[in-house]
Design a protein around this ligand. Structure first.
Ligand code: COA
Length: 312
């Protein structure tokens, strides 16, 4: 086989990358029509929009055969979806993509990197272990009903433009208190600037003590009918569990206000208090995977972290 070349993924590659993503995942999970994987949600475009400079294309004889998307949230990094065209599996293409992935974390100053994968696939575990990622706790992606009552809800879309940069700084302080250097402001900008959803804020409007970045509806990472909490966190410390409960309720309220059918949110089971809070609401698991951590470092997957995300 000719050597696979790794290049930046260009806007002109997006349609082919999306097709390979659906083909690869749909084939792996055994869908009769693999292209139906992920319905009308759009992960490839959303990840590329968030940071085109960290989206990787694998090309064989000039043709796209796979891709990977690297996400850097300040000191915390993750990657995915990683996909390779199914007729080319087991020929080392993912390995070449991963060889180009880990240096991106190092260049970006990421001190903790992880990923979400299929817990029951030795192929996946072995592939990632080779790059220093080790399986730790399971991550459960839950789905729950919309909220029942109308609380007062503050969302980013209602914040005056002049106030937004101060709010971004406040968001950075909040996530930095959750884990040193954790910074999801790029993700906030992506959702707001590209109309993918909204950001729920709880606590004082100018100094929120909770935030949740939500993808909503078709064309986002949520898909029709869903409000997907891509990242949510509250200020740690005394009263954290109450704050976390308020954040969950606010996200369910947004789901209701937008006329969506369900809220979707992932939580790592090592985050015991957060996991218990979601279970207590009766939300149902729709997907269970495993978090793999580079250098086996727990980062913010620990008992006290009141965080929602799944690193998919
Ligand atoms: C997962 C995926 C990206 C891997 O791509 P790939 O190009 O086939 O992977 P590679 O060939 O680089 O590496 C796979 C390795 O696993 C090994 N492997 C395959 N089946 C295995 C098994 N059952 N047990 C252990 N190792 C296995 C291969 O031999 C290879 O190792 P080698 O390089 O030492 O030979 C691809 O299968 C895919 O697109 N799957 C669907 C989407 C997906 O699952 N994405 C990742 C989600 S986290």
């Amino acid at each position: 086989m000719t050597a696979v070349a790794i290049r930046p993924l260009l806007e002109t590659d997006l349609a082919a990358a999306d097709r390979i993503f659906r083909q690869a995942f749909g084939t792996f999970v055994g869908l009769p029509d693999p292209l139906e994987f992920a319905g009308d949600s759009n992960w490839v475009r959303s990840r590329w929009l968030a940071d085109p400079s960290t989206a990787l294309a694998a090309k064989l004889d000039g043709e796209l055969v796979g891709s990977n998307f690297v996400t850097c949230w300040g000191s915390v990094g993750s990657f995915g979806p990683l996909s390779v065209r199914p007729d080319l599996w087991d020929r080392g293409i993912a390995r070449v993509l991963l060889e180009a992935t880990t240096p991106i974390f190092d260049r970006a100053g990421v001190t903790h990197a992880g990923l979400f994968t299929f817990a029951d696939s030795l192929k996946h575990l072995v592939l990632y272990q080779r790059f220093g990622f080790w399986p730790r706790f399971q991550t459960v992606v839950f789905a729950g009903p919309p909220g029942e009552s109308a609380h007062e809800l503050l969302c980013w879309s209602a914040v005056a433009h002049d106030d937004r940069s101060a709010l971004l700084a406040a968001a950075q302080r909040l996530t930095g208190a959750v884990h040193p250097g954790l910074d999801v402001t790029r993700e906030i900008r992506n959702v707001v600037e590209h109309g993918l959803g909204d950001v729920v804020l709880t606590g004082a409007p100018d100094a929120p003590d909770g935030l949740a970045i939500c993808h909503c509806g078709p064309g986002s990472e949520a898909g029709s009918g869903a409000c997907f909490v891509k990242f949510g966190a509250v200020r740690p410390g005394a009263g954290g569990e109450e704050r976390f409960g308020r954040l969950l309720d606010a996200c369910a309220d947004l789901t209701r206000r937008l006329g969506l059918e369900r809220i979707v949110a992932g939580v790592n089971t090592a985050r015991r208090a957060a996991y218990r809070a979601v279970l207590a609401r009766g939300w149902r698991a729709q997907l269970i995977g495993i978090a793999m951590h580079r250098h086996d470092d727990p980062a913010y997957n620990h008992a006290g972290a009141l965080v929602l995300d799944d690193w998919r």
